[in-house]
Design a protein around this ligand. Structure first.
Ligand SMILES: [Zn+2]
Length: 352
């Protein structure tokens, strides 16, 4: 490995492009080759996810799969580094806007954008074949689901969260370190924790948490597990506070990694509709995924509302609410946190 004379992967442009990273002894040429051959799933492409994606793409991780359910809005631009004003004006799905920008940053890697809601019907398929899964979501439902799926399939994953000026992260190596449920047995109740939409967030905490997560991902990908921080890291950059709580062994009584009972993965079905916390919006998601003919829907709605459409979604306002409908049949209804009202609008204008 690493022979510049015989290996077409390494040498010339590759050596030059990644020279500063190859000089970094803990990565080196061999580590760079491993990165180029690696596959990472980024779950959620908001502030944390966009930052993970940019750093991993620049580092030369060969294949990035990015899944996100949402579209770019102007309120994202303050901290979501991959996106620009035109993406928000067009309301591009975040996964697609990320892919476009990453292709400009590094054309030598593959980026696979997936516009979807992560749930128990698709999570195992999404993590399949990935060396590391990195958490860029904004909700615990998905994190507990990821924890179940990654422990079940023995895939390393890196939890991360940031809100206000506070953030936290831990790295889960199934079977070797505690999992998310070893530390937080019960999922916090919906609405019990502040979110970026209620408490705000400043970009430096995103940079701090995402940098810690990506560094852990690089260590895992190059095989330097001895350098993992093996702790629950907590930061409050405004309060100048940083804590590192050392983690011990996995808890043998843990439902997930101890008993292999995967409650979140094996739940009967996901909610058909969910309030998007703090956003005055509801997501409606068809139970088993489906596909929708956006052009047909736009034509059906054209006499009722002003419909704006791109390749991935359409949106229209009606009855004081704004509906954004994706090609997979999902819709985000803005202007209400009433699930029944949102369902009724969906049924009336999109179909059931
Ligand atoms: Zn556990």
């Amino acid at each position: 490995m690493g022979d510049t004379q015989t290996d077409p992967q390494i040498g010339g442009e590759i050596d030059e492009r990644y020279s500063r990273q190859i000089l970094f002894r803990e990565i080196g040429r061999e580590g760079q080759q491993k990165l180029l051959a690696s596959r990472v799933l980024i779950v959620g492409c908001g502030a944390l996810g966009a930052s993970h994606a940019e750093m991993l793409a620049r580092a030369g991780v060969g294949h990035l799969r990015i899944v996100d359910r949402d579209f770019v809005e102007f309120t994202n631009l303050q901290r979501q580094t991959l996106f620009k004003e035109a993406d928000a004006a067009e309301r591009l799905p975040k996964a697609v806007a990320a892919m476009q920008r990453l292709a400009e940053i590094n054309s030598g890697i593959d980026v696979e954008p997936i516009v979807a809601d992560v749930n128990n019907s698709n999570v195992e398929q999404l993590i399949a074949g990935c060396d590391v899964v990195i958490d860029g979501t904004d909700n615990f439902q998905v994190r507990y689901l990821l924890n179940d799926a990654c422990v079940k399939h023995n895939i390393r994953w890196i939890y991360g969260a940031a809100v206000s000026s506070y953030g936290t992260t831990m790295t889960i190596v199934p079977g070797e370190t505690p999992c998310l449920r070893c530390i937080f047995d019960e999922m916090p109740d919906a609405g019990s924790s502040p979110t970026c939409d209620t408490a705000g967030v400043i970009m430096p905490i995103i940079a701090t948490v995402s940098a810690t997560q990506v560094t852990e991902a690089l260590k895992l990908l190059v095989g330097d597990v001895d350098s993992l921080h093996c702790s629950l890291m907590q930061f409050d950059i405004w309060a100048n506070d940083r804590q590192r709580i050392k983690l011990g062994e996995p808890n043998p009584d843990c439902k997930c990694c101890g008993q292999h009972v995967f409650e979140f993965l094996d739940a009967d079905s996901q909610e058909f509709a969910a309030v998007l916390c703090g956003r005055n919006a509801v997501q409606i998601a068809p139970a088993n995924g489906s596909s929708l003919d956006l052009a047909q829907l736009a034509s059906n709605l054209s006499s009722l509302a002003d419909v704006k459409q791109n390749e991935y979604l359409l949106r229209f306002s009606i009855d004081g609410r704004e509906l954004t409908v994706f090609a997979d049949g999902r819709a985000i209804v803005k202007g209400t946190d009433d699930i029944a009202a949102a369902r009724s609008l969906y049924a009336r204008y999109v179909g059931t």
